[in-house]
Design a protein around this ligand. Structure first.
Ligand code: NAD
Ligand code: TYD
Length: 332
């Protein structure tokens, strides 16, 4: 079986690529290598997969790749993935997440691919209050340019299943964290800022809640869905570990033995979703998957990974400092 993995040089895509290679699949990675992509994430499987640097909106080149590689299954991760960046400029989100997904679906339809795994997100459902959960049948109600672009990609996949009988499975994971995450997302931002004794920007009062899924658990869920999932179905992938942002920040400070005085409450994110929480009965029952890593274990392992890999992070710092300035304002 040969997998074509888009976005395989990204945070979750690379974790999945490593798992797929180790599980004996033939692997072709297609990635544009944007600021978020980095082949260093794949160094432990170097030489064990084929790589093409390509934009997923480049139909001609993608057709060439599909013709020469003849993959059986597409696992589609490639995306612009950060809400704050979609607030600064939505354009690449529409191009990559919507047009890129449509381009891939069209090619997959033409070559009659065996299975198309469309990686969506829990953010397509919109926000919850303090109670309740989203199930796969909950209506979509996305609130940020990012989540709207992902909801469009999600629905395009479902439309290609319904209209063209393309075998599509839609996966909606909750917030991932772990090694190799680019330090624009909450957990690596907090780790890096704390290590440098810099102010830690917490939006609003830090009361927003996310469901934290360790990245290797997510990769395992995706692999199991390839083996056991049913075409046309949607599966939520959640851990059950819900945390307020402020509690995530305090946990990291404690592990690093840094003072809570580093916390700085900053202007809230516009349109900030309050809470996400997934009902995962379907994936547990039908696929037999359940998250293994507790939040306490996962956050310890993540902090340790960043401490052990400061050279990687430091190489990102120049670009990051400019980005941090644009999103948090001067001096933070
Ligand atoms: P990431 O930003 O770390 O990686 C995205 C990858 O896609 C990068 O390697 C980048 O170079 C590549 N890419 C971007 N635009 C491209 C284009 N036009 N053509 C080809 N490649 C392109 O993202 P991630 O956190 O690994 O997320 C992977 C997928 O999972 C995304 O679809 C994201 O929406 C979804 N998701 C992420 C989370 C999370 O918490 N990170 C949660 C749920 C769903
Ligand atoms: P993030 O990691 O960007 O993921 P998402 O927005 O996709 O859930 O943010 C997680 C939560 O942390 C979200 O409620 C926003 C908040 N947050 C901060 O308070 N400060 C930050 O610097 C960042 C990046 C996020």
């Amino acid at each position: 079986m040969k997998l074509l993995i888009t976005g395989g040089a990204g945070f979750i895509g690379s974790e999945f690529t490593k798992l797929a290679v180790k599980s004996g699949f033939g692997v072709v990675v297609v990635d544009k290598l944007t600021y978020a992509g980095d082949l260093e994430r794949l160094k432990e499987v170097d030489g064990k997969f084929v790589f093409y640097k390509s934009d997923i909106t480049n139909r001609e080149f993608l057709e060439h790749i599909f013709k020469s590689e003849k993959p059986d299954i597409v696992v589609h991760f490639a995306a612009e993935s950060h809400v704050d960046r979609s607030i600064l400029d939505a354009t690449p989100f529409i191009d990559t997440n919507i047009k890129g997904t449509q381009t891939l679906l069209d090619i997959a339809k033409d070559i009659k691919i065996e299975l198309f795994i469309n990686i969506a997100t829990d953010e397509v459902y919109g926000e919850l209050g303090k109670n309740g959960q989203f199930s796969e049948t909950s209506p979509l109600n996305p609130n940020s340019p990012y989540s709207v672009s992902k909801a469009s990609a999600d629905m395009l996949g479902r439309a290609y299943h319904r209209t063209f009988e393309l075998p599509v499975i839609t996966l909606r994971p909750s917030n991932n964290y772990g090694p190799w995450q680019y330090p624009e997302k909450l957990i690596p931002v907090v780790i890096l800022k704390a290590l440098n004794n810099e102010k830690i920007p917490v939006y609003g009062k830090g009361e927003n809640i996310r469901e934290w899924l360790y990245v290797s658990d997510c990769a395992e869920a995706i692999l199991m869905t390839i083996k056991k999932g049913k075409s046309g179905e949607i599966y939520n992938i959640g851990s059950g570990f819900e945390k307020r942002n402020i509690d995530v920040v305090k946990t990291i400070l404690k592990i690093l033995d840094k003072p809570e005085s580093l916390i700085s409450f900053v202007k809230d994110r516009p349109g900030h979703d309050f809470r996400y929480s997934l009902n995962t009965e379907k994936i547990q029952k039908e696929i037999g998957w359940k998250a293994k890593t507790t939040f306490e274990e996962g956050i310890e392992k993540s902090v340790k990974w960043y401490l052990d890999n400061l050279d990687w992070v430091n190489r990102k710092l120049k670009h990051l400092r400019n980005y941090w300035k644009s999103v948090y304002g001067e001096g933070k």
